[in-house]
Design a binder for this molecule. Sequence first.
Ligand code: ADP
Length: 458
Amino acid sequence: MRSLSIKLRVALWYTGIMILLAAASLAVLLSLSSRFVQHGARDRLEGRVALALKEAEWDREERRLDIDDDLKVFEDGVWIGIYDGQGYPLYGQAPEGFPEGVVFEDRQIRMVSGGSAVWYVYDIHRIVPGYGSVWVRGAASRSDAEEAFAAMIRMAVFLFPFLAALAAGGGYLITRRAFLPIAQMAETARRISTGGDLTERIGLGKGNDELYQLAETFDSMLSRLQGQFEKEKQFTADVSHELRTPISVILSRCEYALGHMEDGEGRESLQIVLDQARKMARLVSQLLMLSRADGNRLELQLEDVDLSVLFEVVIQEQEAAASEKSITIQPDIQPDVMVQADETMMMRLLINLISNAITYGKVGGHIRVGLSKSSGTVHGYVEDDGVGIPNEHLDRIWDRFYQVDPSRTAEDGRGAGLGLSMVKWIVSSHGGDIHVESRVGEGSRFSFEFPSRQPPAT
Ligand code: ADP
């Protein structure tokens, strides 16, 4: 039952109860009407026979049975016949098809069938003074009486499924309407959780019922959350922006001082300051980029790029860093892969992936960098044979500031856990996707794909 939606459950209950109610009332109605119909027929029969009885009298003067002319043989659905003690007809007649020789029984209503018809029969016996035994018999066709009843059953049989379908359909529509606000709330929550867009609102408008109030509360909660997030993002953007100038002063001063300094302890310290300042500069630029991306203020500068050449260039640049760990980079690049993309972003994407592969690669290891294009989709990968990533961390490495082992990274003096979030943003802003496969101790493979041409901006 839980697998069904509430709408459907309510509608099913509703329909079930409606069907039960309709069936019960129909059953009561049918049994009442059946009795009513039968009683009606019997009453008429008894009444007509009793009336006929009064009309048969012994005429003393003429010495014969006198039957009033007013007595009609057929009236009100009842046939009247008067018989003598031996069953010889004196007056009136039995209906056509009425069986011969039906035994007389005083004041008993019975059913007699003959051919395809069925009759109610009612007899009264009377001793007419001076004449003797007289039987008055009334016969009424059962089919006449029950024709109306049968018609009623036919109508019920037709009406019943119609009513049930009406109850089911109507019930479902009403509950669906009633649950519409909830569906809207769920849809908004789903959109926020998948797209992360806090500007979404349920927006049910004004209404007095509890669901409208709930939606309004949700909306105002979302507004407050959005305000907080925006303040935080703005703060990060402002701080990153403000840090850029002092960092670039430190960098240029360090580089200048190192160029004019003799070897010695002071120079070593300054080199460390310069390295840390570079790390800070990288971090600040990543933070700034991500906060601009969050605020949709980062626009891709799309141009036609020969990605094969770009990849070759980045690989050459990274070879120096790789050789410090005796790592060999093996390119597997299809030539002339032309794409429409943001060149700087593409460089950042590859630099990040390769420098991670170097950082987490083993000394003397290998890195393979691949690029190819097939039917309008660009495929790329960066594969290393380094430490690998434990399974339980695989989903989270894309999160900001997430590091599998922060102490390890701190020792190496690289990164702050922002690189992969940026990589993911770059791939998805080009309409693509990136995945990772990894085995601890064996290495990792980051593979991505995106369309080679970007859809025109709307
Ligand atoms: P960081 O600046 O720490 O490298 P990233 O966002 O680039 O941050 O990566 C997040 C985490 O994912 C890293 O801390 C690291 O533990 C793991 N990781 C990334 N690339 C690799 C790789 N090629 N091999 C093993 N672990 C990796």
